[in-house]
Design a protein around this ligand. Structure first.
Ligand code: S3P
Length: 236
């Protein structure tokens, strides 16, 4: 097959152009269709340098001077997306819950049971403060961290806060087992997620960047975060 302009390769089948088929239509017909799409205002999604094009990752990584803190509800993908984001940007990955468990020598569930949530929030603030002092990284935070005012202040002042937003139904489907989530040890975890999400919305709203991930695979969420970050830092 002859090589195609980059803009064409960005074009994904979707509601507006599901009948657009480069393989069948050939280059000339495809050009005519692209022109028609451009005139109808749909093409912005396929043009180079548009919102869907990938940023220059090396330039973006150079512009990051502090941790990228992922916040959001349990199941929003902070750990999975965070790990992949760290890989793409060649940054260390830090998980605040894992740091707390490592230094306490017990699990988050055990900390809640033995010492209570308030003590956990203090340990969480200390872990996030340590991470904020350690230079650029991708920091996955516990879902309730930004709801503690001191932790919110240090996240907002010393990190770039990225909220991975998703509906409660999406969160529950991603969580799988609730055994490691003490706050979901209730009769109705979905109702608990709805309630928590509603009460926390204003706290998550403090984030510098919001990415809605309901319809996105992990890879697509990483790409969306990279693009949002690029535009937040005005790199491209
Ligand atoms: C919590 C979320 C958990 C963990 C703890 C409390 C919360 O982390 O920090 O169970 O308050 O939402 P994840 O968001 O990584 O599950």
């Amino acid at each position: 097959m002859e090589s195609l302009p980059a803009a064409w390769l960005c074009l994904k089948p979707g509601r507006h152009h599901s009948r657009f088929d480069i393989r069948r239509s050939g280059k000339i017909a495809a050009l005519a269709q692209l022109r028609a799409l451009a005139m109808s205002g749909i093409m912005h999604a396929a043009m180079p340098n548009s919102h869907s094009s990938m940023p220059d990752i090396a330039a973006l990584a150079r512009a990051i001077d502090r941790p990228l803190a992922l916040v959001g509800m349990m199941g929003s993908g902070k750990s999975l997306v965070g790990r992949r984001l760290a890989q793409r940007l060649d940054l260390p990955f830090i998980d605040s819950d894992a740091e707390i468990e490592k230094s306490a020598g017990i699990t988050i569930t055990e900390i809640f049971e033995l010492a209570g949530e308030e003590r956990f929030r203090t340990l969480e603030r200390n872990a996030i403060s340590d991470a904020a002092d350690s230079g650029p990284s991708v920091l996955s935070t516990g879902g309730g961290s930004i709801c503690t005012p001191e932790t919110a202040a240090l996240l907002c002042d010393r990190t770039i806060v990225i909220w991975l937003q998703a509906k409660p139904e999406t969160l529950l489907s991603r969580i799988g087992s609730i055994s490691s989530r003490p706050l979901l040890h209730t009769d109705d975890p979905l109702a608990t997620l709805r309630d928590l999400a509603e009460r926390r919305a204003a706290d998550y709203g403090k984030a510098h960047i919001t990415v809605t991930t309901d319809q996105l695979s992990a890879a697509a969420a990483v790409a969306a975060v990279l693009r949002a970050l690029d535009s937040h830092l005005a790199v491209s």
